[in-house]
Design a protein around this ligand. Sequence first.
Ligand SMILES: [Zn+2]
Length: 375
Amino acid sequence: MPEAPLTFAQIAGQDSAVAVLRRSLADGGDSGSFLFTGPQGCGKTTTAWALAAAVSCLAPSTDPYDACTQCDACKRLSRGVNPEVSLVQPAGDQTQIWQFWDREGKPRGILQHALPYSPSIGRKRVFIVERADTLTEGAANSLLKVLEEPPPYVMFILLAPHAGRVLPTILSRCRLVRFGAMPVADLARWLVDRHAVATERASTLAALAQGCVGTALSLASSKTAYSEIGVCTDAGMALLSASGLGVLRCAEGLRQAAKGLKFLGDDPAAAVGAAVAEADNTKERAGRRQMGAALDLVAVVARDALALCLVGPGASIVNEERRSGIMAMADRRLPQEWIAAIDQIAVARRRVDMNANPAILTDALAVTLAASAQR
Ligand SMILES: [Zn+2]
């Protein structure tokens, strides 16, 4: 349930998506089914809540269209006690049929008991399906009819990272609204202006979040994330500079630093680049997420070094606070050697997802990286 923005006016960096929605509402398109697509952490869920607020609001402003924030429906929504707006999240890895319709042993289907009744608090019932890409085939098929012709008092808002990951039968029944990441520089400025994040830190967080507002905000609001990232970045710098006997020690250093990535490792939604997005909390999977996030951070260092190597000291980089240290190591490789190093890290990163042993994988990466740095 959101404590956060109930209104379109408060949404950062999604001007075109918000304009599409406002236009649709102003034209009377306040029911039916929407599909929002865009990278994880870019603002789809927040915008879905704002849309839900706008359509359930009893006294919306219409120019531009937005929730009033003051009526009973709005107030209940912001307190998380408006039962007419529902969020459906995956149960484990998948979003299942029993979450929508009663099934034997699981008689709590959310549509079963709400869909037949028109709303009494606000103007609409809204169902937000947070990961439409995780719908099982059975669940998706069970929704086709209601997505195509929902009751006039119902809106469905489906969210997915990419339209290509949604079943075509679902896709064809929804109005598609695309979300994108913000330009990194704009996001950094927004973090400074609206959330009082220090300038250098804001640049780093915006770049690590790849322009995704939600990811940047959760990184910025965590007490530990920035220092965890720093420890791992330092370990990555050591690994990329290592030679001789120091190589394996640096690989061990990176493994230890990865274990310290509590924030990135614990919360899949906060994973840098949202490369990892699975709702699984087993220890082994958590270790894998941490190692994946650590290698993402090593890759960021290598890309910074490549930029400095190619462009010189004025290059724009992610790790602003470590500029001089990365500058010092940038000249140890030629540009094509940095590109090879980035490739080697990407290969290791994929192997993490393919269940490779993390110790062997990091040792092998360290040796390969050292062998490719001849200077
Ligand atoms: Zn209202």
